[in-house]
Design a protein around this ligand. Sequence first.
Ligand code: TTP
Ligand code: MG
Length: 364
Amino acid sequence: MSRIIFHCDLDCFFASVEIRDNPDLKGKPVIVGADPKNGYGRGVVSTCSYEARKFGIRSGMPISIAYRKCPRGIYVRPNFEKYQKASQKVMSILKSYSSAFQQVSIDEAYLELTNCCKNFNEAFNIARDIQYKIQENVGITISIGIAPTKTIAKIASDENKPNGITIIRPEEVADFLKEKDITRIPGIGKRNKKHYYERGIKKIGDIFNISLSEFTKLFGKHGASIWEKVHGLDKNKVQDVKRDRKSISREITFPMDILDFNLIEEKLKLINKDLHNKIEKNNLFYRTITLKIRFEGYETYSRSKSYLYHFRDEKYALNIIKDMLNEFKKANKRIRLIGIKISNLKKDNQYRQTNLLQFCSINS
Ligand code: TTP
Ligand code: MG
């Protein structure tokens, strides 16, 4: 029996919450993001309603360009606390349908219902029920893809937005995918698509004409995983990643977006101290340090550095974090959130290095 996996993704999430709270906006091009200041504003579009997408506006686009495309649009500043609340409500509804639940972002999650429904027809009824409950309790719409693997379910949830349910049964996978652009595959983005395009692989169907070994020769391990995904062979489980605690992190959101890097460094120092207190208390050592930065408009980045050996050194960690922060100074954008994550943790100290020069950086 095939697995039955749901991928659930809220429709134009931030914009939907704004429209829910101000029904006058319904049916209008609503753009959530930075202030356009009559076309001279800086910052980006977080998201926009489907009406605004008809003007060519997209998430991540500079707000000044969005304004040029649609000067009569309704421009709304984001209210992240409100979106966080809505997201939590949605996630607790989704969780109630299966213990195999995995939230992957503020507005999307996977559910595995293999053991909860007999077939895909029954799965459809559950999906309708989920949509109804979310509409009733949160007042927004969600699209759901149902398929035998996570990858196919994710591609399917995008197929009939908004408020859609798309079922792809195992025997329908190849037909469903063959005409789609390869960028629809999670893992192939704007940047790496060119490697595939250069070799004439533009549609997913083009991958079907190549054997796994040939594809692996051309595109390596990453290629092999792409090949398996589009053949419906990936075995990735739906699991709550939070369960295996392999990291400790802290982040703070500033009450106002700020540009003052001295203040940001001060805050990072405090977060780093707080993390190291906890790490010392639990006698932990780590190999990886990650800095997370969110600019105004929700643009989020993270930078990591990993070492071959475990260590614990508050001062050294802070220097690494400051180095990573330097890269973001050039952007000259206001910062909304900062965070540090310490991961690849280990309890004992037998490999503890006293001489930091012995560390060998393996990536950054
Ligand atoms: P998405 O699910 O990618 O987009 P969406 O829900 O707005 O639209 P769709 O109907 O196509 O799913 O992202 C969820 C939210 O995350 C989105 O509402 C706003 C935020 N976001 C940003 O702030 N910046 C971004 O670049 C993206 C992609 C999303
Ligand atoms: Mg969404």
